[in-house]
Design a protein around this ligand. Structure first.
Ligand code: HGY
Ligand code: MN
Ligand code: MN
Ligand code: MN
Length: 410
């Protein structure tokens, strides 16, 4: 069998057509007609529909599907007795009004890569498994990479079972059972993991390349700030008599922005909850979630410590109280240099770090892991403006197929 050609767009015109056909079978699922973004929260109707799509795609390829009891699905090609499987795949879930490609591109590309390998007559020496991981965005239950953290034992199933969404529904209720937690029996059956993902930035546009290999994921995490004050009447309470947590919150957001800029780090407060959330009531409590990321661990720690100190100092002036709770943290992920370097050479692709978290970042602590990025012309993500061309997506499929051929057939 000749090695699969992954090099030139011109060879992928027909593959772009196959990509478009498969992509159109999921594109409408969970799309909000107003924003054009996606509302694919874990275990809600659109994401459950994509799970059904996953099972149908696997069945049509004769790939048995197993579930790990944590919400993750695995479709296998090949004899499990033939050795440890090469794992690929990504996630279906989205942030509110997220982009079309973040997650699903890795799963659609994985099934198409299987098709490419079969069409080329590949006979893998070891199984190939396509995964759909649960709640990667953490948009419903608040903990990102929930499924892969449970699978690897990075998240206690007891804590996870009690996580609740905005409507008070627990993960256990959404799953229909307490999550299984760590599955070393499954994990031990994988030899490596390669995740294909749309790029969440413009580096590939600047390099004029369709595909890249990831070198690292920035350390990052989520911290919850709870600002406690004194609820009161907006009309009758003198300004001097107020203990307004919204003031402390607003100052903290500004401080996070300033401290991040000083450090070349990233700080975002994209989610806030106000109690009682009435126009004519001074809040009694404001909760804000800080997403902080930096290229080095010590920079991240310094950023969070600085924001905590500024918030506490301001609370003293406002007569409010502030608590900070770490909700999730991901250490620096340096992908397996051997695997990454091998793939970059194989594909003649650039190697890039990323500030975005991925299930690959969790699996990297347990398996040789690599990521492929596909060019995003807008560089925008977690937004309806996220984009990718069919030609680049086809180049991504061809690259993934070549990588999987190398890892399963060599
Ligand atoms: O938040 C992230 O970095 C990822 O896109 N879930
Ligand atoms: Mn994302
Ligand atoms: Mn993602
Ligand atoms: Mn093993």
């Amino acid at each position: 069998m000749d090695h699969l050609d992954h090099a030139d767009h011109a060879d992928h015109a027909d593959l772009a057509g196959r990509f478009r056909e498969l992509w159109d079978s999921i594109a409408p699922v969970g799309r909000d007609p107003g924003s054009g973004g996606y509302l694919r929260y874990a275990f809600t109707e659109p994401e459950l529909a994509l799970r059904d799509w996953f099972r149908a795609q696997a069945a049509s390829r004769g790939m048995p599907v197993t579930a790990d009891g944590n919400g993750n699905l695995f479709a296998r090609w090949g004899d499990p007795a033939a050795g440890d499987a090469v794992l690929t795949g990504s996630h279906f879930d989205s942030v509110p009004h997220g982009g079309a490609y973040d997650g699903p591109l890795g799963i659609v590309s994985a099934f198409l890569a299987v098709d490419e390998l079969r069409a080329a007559g590949a006979v893998p020496a070891r199984p190939l498994v396509v995964a759909a991981f649960a709640e990667e965005e953490g948009a419903r239950f608040g903990v990102p990479c929930l499924g892969s953290r449970l699978l690897t034992g990075a998240l206690d199933p007891g804590r996870a079972a009690g996580l609740r969404d905005a409507d008070g529904v627990s993960l256990a209720e959404a799953l229909g059972d307490r999550p299984a937690g760590a599955r070393p029996d499954l994990l031990g059956g994988f030899s490596c993991f390669v995740e294909l993902h749309v790029e969440q930035g413009r580096a590939l546009v600047e390099r004029d390349a369709p595909v890249a290999v990831a070198s690292a994921i920035w350390p990052h995490g989520r911290w919850r700030f709870d600002f406690h004050g004194e609820g009161n009447h907006a009309g009758t309470t003198l300004m001097a008599d107020r203990h307004d947590p919204m003031l402390t919150y607003a100052f903290t957001v500004l401080a996070a922005n300033k401290e991040a800029r000083l450090r070349g780090a990233h700080a975002t407060v994209g989610r806030v909850r106000v109690e009682p959330n009435a126009t004519n009531a001074i809040p009694s409590k404001v909760t804000g979630w800080l997403d902080a990321r930096a290229a080095e661990p010590e920079t991240l720690t310094g950023l969070v410590d600085a924001v905590r100190a500024k918030a506490t100092e301001r609370a003293g002036r406002d007569g409010t109280e502030v608590t900070l709770t770490e909700e999730s943290a991901t250490p620096l992920v340096a992908f397996d240099g051997g695997l990454g370097g091998r793939l970059a050479a194989l594909l003649d692709a650039p190697v890039l770090p990323t500030g975005a978290g991925h299930d690959a970042g969790v699996l990297a602590g347990h398996l040789p892991t690599a990521m492929l990025f596909v060019r995003n012309p807008t560089g925008v993500s977690h937004s309806p403006a996220e984009a990718a061309t069919d030609a680049d997506c086809a180049a991504g499929v061809a690259a993934l197929a070549r990588v999987l051929e190398e890892l399963t057939c060599a």
